[in-house]
Design a binder for this molecule. Structure first.
Ligand SMILES: Nc1nc2c(ncn2[C@@H]2O[C@H](COP(=O)(O)OP(=O)(O)OP(=O)(O)O)[C@@H](O)[C@H]2O)c(=O)[nH]1
Ligand SMILES: [Mg+2]
Length: 321
């Protein structure tokens, strides 16, 4: 049982009943790295239910944000409440976030059933902001029907989304030189649905056929059935294909619901990643706050080469002295 202060209990109650202002304020506190939020986050996790998290990833400029804006539109028409977390890439030179995403989705800015938030990834490998996991804990405790996470997939961060989302949508475009063969090996394991966006491009059909052939080669065995990720063609500027995409996302959630073992397996995968992330954060915070966990005296034997840093690290992790 998590014991909450009266103030945190009020915040918890407000969030579980869907208060968007409380949500925005708490996310700001998480982003600032405010200490003392752990008890509340624990209680929020316990209050959460099934995770309807949709991950939308793909290379820079593939049209993810415009697609998310249109997906929100379709979900709203179908009566769903939607939260969006857009994880912006930040420039390695200035650390500044690109807030264009927020602007592009502004069409929904006045809708009280839609919540949109951007976070900067602050150069962390993997693309998702360090605090994204905490923010998703908050959103998952609220009565959203769907939570969408948009993140740029570049290089090693392409697979990161699967640590957060139950259903992963990979957005690609048929632009010149972007052959499907260039799509990273292993991508099949992470994508539940493929999107060929910018299908107004003349190469769109050729690209889609290539992609379908590639997907066909990589059929996944899930439990006792085969999963062949669908390929959906979209034009995110005008919304073409977006209804079909939302249908496919819904179908994927139904498949997961019908295969409890599969959902649990994927949920376990996400949880394992989350716990490791929390351990890492706790260790970093403890070490950096200089609270004596690694005082000079413990470094002395390593300095004198009586001990090596690996041994000290192992002792440290096992709690020994
Ligand atoms: N021709 C065409 N252009 C599109 C389409 N969808 C998006 N675009 C354009 O592609 C550019 C990038 O769109 P975004 O929605 O910002 O793409 P993104 O993947 O979110 O970009 P980042 O978040 O910066 O990685 C914009 O100039 C859009 O107008 C489409 O279906 N057809
Ligand atoms: Mg974007």
């Amino acid at each position: 049982m998590v014991q909450l202060s009266a103030k945190d209990q009020l915040i918890l109650d407000a969030l579980t009943s869907g208060c968007v202002r409380t949500c925005a304020r708490l996310i700001s506190r998480i982003e600032r790295g405010e200490p003392g939020l752990v008890e509340l986050l624990r209680a929020l996790y316990m209050a959460g239910g099934s995770e309807k998290i949709i991950g939308i990833t793909g290379p820079p400029g593939a049209g993810k944000s415009s697609l998310v804006a249109k997906v929100i539109g379709v979900l709203r028409r179908r009566g769903n409440r939607v939260a969006v977390l857009a994880v912006d890439p930040s420039s390695p030179f200035t650390g500044g976030a690109i807030l264009g995403d927020r602007l592009r989705m502004i069409g929904h800015a006045t809708d009280p059933e839609v919540f949109i938030r951007s976070m900067a990834s602050r150069g962390r490998l993997g693309g998702l902001a360090k605090k994204a996991g905490d923010v998703l804990t908050v959103l998952s405790a609220m009565p959203w029907d769907f939570i969408i996470v948009e993140t740029v997939g570049t290089g090693q961060s392409e697979t990161e989304i699967m640590h957060y989302a139950a259903v992963v949508v990979l957005v690609q475009t048929p632009m010149a030189g972007d052959d499907v063969q260039a799509a990273k090996a292993g991508i099949n394991e992470i994508s539940d649905i493929y999107v060929v966006n910018k299908s107004d491009h003349p190469d769109a059909d050729r690209f889609r056929r290539q992609l379908e052939a590639m997907v066909g080669l990589g059929l996944r065995l899930e439990g006792d059935r085969l999963w062949r990720p669908p390929v959906v063609k979209t034009q995110s500027l005008v919304g073409e294909g977006v209804d079909e995409l939302v249908d496919q996302i819904g179908q994927r959630f139904r498949t997961l619901a019908e295969s409890p073992e599969l959902s649990r397996q994927r949920f376990r995968h996400r949880l394992r990643h989350r716990v490791v992330e929390i351990v890492r954060e706790m260790l970093e915070r403890d070490i950096q706050s200089g609270n004596g966990m690694l005082p000079d005296s413990r470094l002395e034997p390593v300095l004198a080469r009586e001990k090596d840093p690996y041994e000290l690290a192992r002792e440290f992790l096992s709690g020994g002295t």
